[in-house]
Write a protein that binds this ligand. Structure first.
Ligand SMILES: [Zn+2]
Length: 94
């Protein structure tokens, strides 16, 4: 019985590659959205723009997600915190 169950599990992914390791997924190099677009001006009063850098809980996205460079990630963080203070962005969302 146990063998049958296991074989079913293994056959589920037909395209399963034995060498596949999620750690070495093909990674596309992320480019900082602020560096790549020179016309992009971070504006803490622009809620739509700031929403790109927070998740659905209202948390600030990490650099690995936004792809921003360290300099611009700091700018983004500061802008989000300013936006929160003037109630444009939420501190939290359930
Ligand atoms: Zn940058």
């Amino acid at each position: 019985m146990a063998d049958k169950k296991n074989s079913k599990k293994n056959n589920r992914n037909k395209n399963y590659d034995e060498d596949y390791n999620p750690r070495f997924k093909k990674q596309r190099k992320k480019v900082c959205p602020l560096c790549s677009d020179k016309n992009f001006v971070l504006d803490y009063k622009n809620a739509e723009m700031m929403k790109k850098f927070i998740n659905d809980k209202g948390k600030i996205l990490p650099r690995r997600t936004t792809g921003a460079c360290s300099k611009h990630q700091r700018d983004i963080t500061l802008a989000i915190k300013r936006a929160r203070a003037i109630a444009i962005l939420p501190y939290t969302q359930d």
